[in-house]
Write a protein that binds this ligand. Structure first.
Ligand SMILES: CC(C)(COP(=O)(O)OP(=O)(O)OC[C@H]1O[C@@H](n2cnc3c(N)ncnc32)[C@H](O)[C@@H]1OP(=O)(O)O)[C@@H](O)C(=O)NCCC(=O)NCCS
Length: 169
């Protein structure tokens, strides 16, 4: 049975192993793995809001979100955000579904659940970057209310589209 629930800090190793095992199944350039610092932030209740999808006890999907604050990796700088806006950002890094479970709506459930939860907090803007040819991911974010803002180069010169979703008042 599929369940979606918040990831906790003591799952850092399981999440990292899951990501590492899945890397070979992803087209080059489509997924830039989060480093250990981002995984830690994303799983810490004070600095992140992240969800996992489980089939029974098996982790089959992750949706990692961290709060970048004024760190230079806040994509809001690329979009010319004001200081106030930068502090409203929750940033996605890592949407990944196990290869034999893709295209069944799990990615959508993870993104929807994560957005709903973020918008219960003080963070009102969600940013994510996607490779411009990652059609499944682009469709997934568009379907969840994200709009394309800008094409930039990130993560050692990979082309990335920045997508933004703002909480509607
Ligand atoms: C991207 C990813 C997270 C999406 O999760 P998912 O569970 O596979 O996606 P969903 O089943 O929720 O479907 C997303 C959309 O893509 C569509 N889709 C399904 N199969 C597709 C295919 N072969 N090609 C293009 N689009 C497809 C779905 O129909 C759905 O759109 P719809 O609801 O309008 O029909 C997942 O495929 C994945 O892990 N990919 C590899 C890692 C990756 O690229 N991550 C994104 C980094 S930004």
């Amino acid at each position: 049975m599929l369940t979606i629930r918040k990831l906790t800090f003591d799952e850092a190793e399981a999440v990292t192993c899951f990501i590492e095992k899945q890397l070979a199944t992803i087209k080059e350039g489509f997924f830039f793995p989060p480093n250990s610092s981002i995984v830690s932030k994303a799983l810490n209740a004070d600095t992140g809001i992240s969800f996992g999808a489980y089939d029974g006890k098996e982790l089959i999907g992750v949706r990692l979100t961290y709060i970048p604050g004024l760190d230079k990796d806040n994509h809001g700088y690329d979009l010319g955000y004001s200081l106030d806006e930068l502090l409203l950002v929750a940033q996605f890094h890592g949407t990944l579904v196990k290869d034999d479970n893709r295209y069944k709506g799990i990615g959508h459930e993870l993104v929807k659940t994560n957005c709903d939860e973020i918008f219960t907090t003080k963070f009102k803007i969600i940013l994510v970057t996607v490779h411009p040819q990652n059609d499944v991911s682009i469709r997934l974010f568009q379907k969840n209310g994200f709009i394309t803002k800008k094409l930039v180069n990130k993560y050692s010169n990979l082309p990335r589209l920045i997508f933004e979703r703002r909480k509607s008042e």
